[in-house]
Design a protein around this ligand. Sequence first.
Ligand code: ARG
Length: 465
Amino acid sequence: MSSDDLNDKPWSGRFDEPTDKFVEKFTASIGFDHRLYPYDIEGSRAHALTLAKSGIITDAECKLIINGLNEILQDIERDKLTWSVALEDIHMNIEARLIERIGETGKKLHTGRSRNDQVATDMRLYLRAEIDLVLQEIRRLQLALLRLAEQEAETIMPGFTHLQVAQPVTFGHHMMAWFEMLDRDYDRISQCRKRVNVMPLGSAALAGTSYTLDRSFTARLLGFERPSNNSLDAVSDRDFIIEFCSAAALVLMHLSRFSEELVLWTSAQFDFIDLPDRFCTGSSIMPQKKNPDVPELVRGKTGRTLGNFIALFTIMKSQPLAYNKDNQEDKEPLFDSVDTVKDALRAFADMLSAVKVKRDNMLAAAKKGFATATDLADYLVRRGVPFRDAHEIVGKAVKSAIEANKDLEELELTQLQALSTKIEGDVYNVLELQGSVGSRNLLGGTAPAQVNHQIAAARKRLGIK
Ligand code: ARG
């Protein structure tokens, strides 16, 4: 192998034969890790500055390296650079280009550094940037939910348990339930960001380096909160990735539940909402069809995010310290989870901003299924009937209503009074849906007044007017 061949391995010194072509492909990560290029270059620039600060390279050499890296960045962005599988990964590809471009000085960049601390740094820089985008998308979806909740604070719909009509709730309250889930997701991912924001550089291969590098300086340059405490841990830790993927799977799990409701609600049987046409597709054979593809796909994509989490967790299980090549397998699952969670959140925020709420249909559905039965029981309790007896009485009332094919409020007063002498004419107030939701007027309850309170508190939390 000639030493000026760009594709020569930087580590070929101790080898007697070239790498098997299949093994070369099998072990390469450039096919997917090339997306780390902005972070690899950013990390290298900071490392060069750190080397110069300690006098390990001169300022002129540092400048040459940084200019060379900037030119490479431009080339990549203009699609002028082709990746080499023989150079295995993004780190060696960029380093080889640098040497090709600026000559001997380029060979000094890797002083006091290993691909092990380099890749760990790249992954942290990448994930930190992506987390900021994910957090933005969560907030955008929360805002769409807030607006919808505000608009529909008084809209009545049936609330379900076991997917059976349970008690009436307001649609605004239902939207705010999704808001809360996303708020927890936001918190979780923000907390994960703190653990992402720690800098491995200076850990080198595993033991640290004999060069005196000012690691706090490098950390500051890269916006990290602090340098890592232990080199062995820093080069092999992927907890931050596992943690993010777990949080991303939770986001998708939440969205899958939401999706399921949207799918149900758009069906002819529920007909609670209409999704904008631009978020649906038709059928090639059934002309009447309008399918809720976006929520279905989001529901389906939950699987891959959970799969990515499990894959990452399993990759790390039982790995001895420190770096092992297993960890190259961290990239595709992480990239996929990042892409999936961002896309799903975006689709939901856009879709919900244009959803049409069919208030009359929801109201009609809430009237079916004896949603105010609990209110009748509570009415009896307020008149001194023990709750268990009240439950029994109302059960009988529901039975007669079913037999007469009527709603509870359609039963004659005499019929109701036959079940309990405590029942008077004012009973119809509690059998009515508005009265029922309005009475759940305590913190966290479904009354419109409480929904508005939740919305105001949420706006304050998010810092929006
Ligand atoms: N491509 C490798 C990875 O993604 C970079 C680190 C390689 N380190 C090594 N000692 N082989 O993990």
